[in-house]
Design a protein around this ligand. Structure first.
Ligand SMILES: *[C@@H]1O[C@H](CO)[C@@H](O)[C@H](O)[C@H]1NC(C)=O
Ligand SMILES: *[C@@H]1O[C@H](CO)[C@@H](O)[C@H](O)[C@H]1NC(C)=O
Length: 332
């Protein structure tokens, strides 16, 4: 069964730029956001760890996102999670949704679809509220799901719900209460997710395969690398020649490459509170860039090129990463 959700946003209806298909029969929800630029390229911004009622420079980062978004004519925005601090949303009526999202990302260029995953802080609130379609009636840009696939033509984005992988939230939750409804039994949830992801990656025909999650796989930031993801998720990414893994969780901007694969690890978790002053100086192998402050990431993808830029809170370009692929020939 396939449900086609009609976008009721007047802009989308007017321009007819956006189609949203939801195939509920497949294990991982598949969404489509086809390229609309005549050259087939896709442009987007990635921000993480942001929802602090505009404090800690969240508004300043949002302002710069608006400017860069305008210049790049972005197609959509990706959120790497920890969308609402400290404890997610309390309900669909939680004013934090306005105070940390709708009234912060007000620039014209940011009035696009947002695709979000959940972070560990989001799991400390009412997860069903953040996933609820009711939020789309309040702000049409909002779309948060646990794990899903976004097809854009040249690139496919695989969003993975990483919080349930992390042992300590189950074994030592301390004073925190996590909303695990829909995730238990945990082993079944994780093994099904990994199996579905593996299948989806394997059958992907996209030029670029990008995986997005909240938690780090490789990081020298405060939280360091997430060993559960290194053990369980990384082998699947390697086996399926994923180009890039993008995460938040560490409140920094970071690029780490790899000795054992072509995967580039990018952290975009600088949406608000940053400046931890805590880096793992002993683990700097293949760390190409680390910035301990606020900012966000922009991406432009074509058939042959991926241009990634980290921008700081003043909008300055801190770092470029360019990846290329050989031109595709129809028959050789
Ligand atoms: C906001 O950004 C400015 C410019 O980088 C920085 O000096 C200031 O410390 C930041 N404020 C916070 C609360 O992080
Ligand atoms: C990456 O590509 C952009 C756009 O083509 C270019 O302006 C920039 O200089 C390149 N950066 C590096 C480090 O190659």
């Amino acid at each position: 069964m396939a449900i086609r959700c009609k976008p009721s946003d007047p802009l989308w209806l007017f321009t007819g730029l956006f189609t949203w298909f939801l195939h509920v029969s497949v294990a991982l929800v598949r969404l489509e956001h086809p390229a609309v630029k005549s050259d087939g390229s896709i442009s987007l911004l990635v921000v993480g760890d942001w929802g602090r009622r505009s404090l800690y420079n969240q508004s300043e980062v949002a302002f710069q996102m608006g400017k860069i978004g305008e210049r790049m004519e972005i197609d959509f925005v990706i959120s790497t999670g920890d969308n609402f601090y400290d404890d997610g949303l309390r309900s669909i009526d939680d004013p934090a949704f306005h105070e940390s999202f709708s009234r912060v990302y007000t620039a014209r260029s940011l009035q696009k679809q947002w695709y979000s995953v959940l972070g560990n802080h989001d799991y400390r609130g009412d997860v069903a509220a953040q996933l609820s379609p009711a939020l789309r009636r309040i702000d049409e840009r909002w779309l948060c799901l646990r794990s899903f696939i976004l097809q854009t033509g040249i690139a496919e984005f695989f969003f993975v719900d990483t919080t349930p992988f992390v042992d300590k939230y189950f074994r030592k939750p301390n004073k925190h209460v996590y909303d695990w409804r829909g995730v238990l039994p945990r082993e079944d949830y994780l093994s099904k997710l990994l199996k579905d992801l593996d299948l989806a990656l394997r059958s992907s025909q996209a030029r670029w395969k990008v995986v997005v999650g909240h938690h780090t796989i490789r990081s020298i930031g405060h939280h360091r690398s997430t060993k559960e993801l290194g053990n369980l998720l990384l082998p699947i990414l390697k086996a399926n020649t994923v180009d890039m893994y993008i995460n938040g969780h560490d409140h920094c901007l970071q690029h780490v490459s790899s000795r054992s694969s072509r995967i580039q690890f990018l952290t975009s978790g600088g949406g608000s509170k940053a400046w931890k002053g805590d880096t793992d100086i002993f683990n700097k192998d293949r760390v190409k860039f680390y910035y301990d402050g606020q900012g966000f990431m922009s991406m432009r993808l074509t058939e042959t090129d991926m241009n990634v830029v980290f921008h700081d809170v003043l909008g300055d370009n801190l770092y470029h990463l360019n990846l290329t692929k050989p031109q595709q020939h129809s028959a050789v």
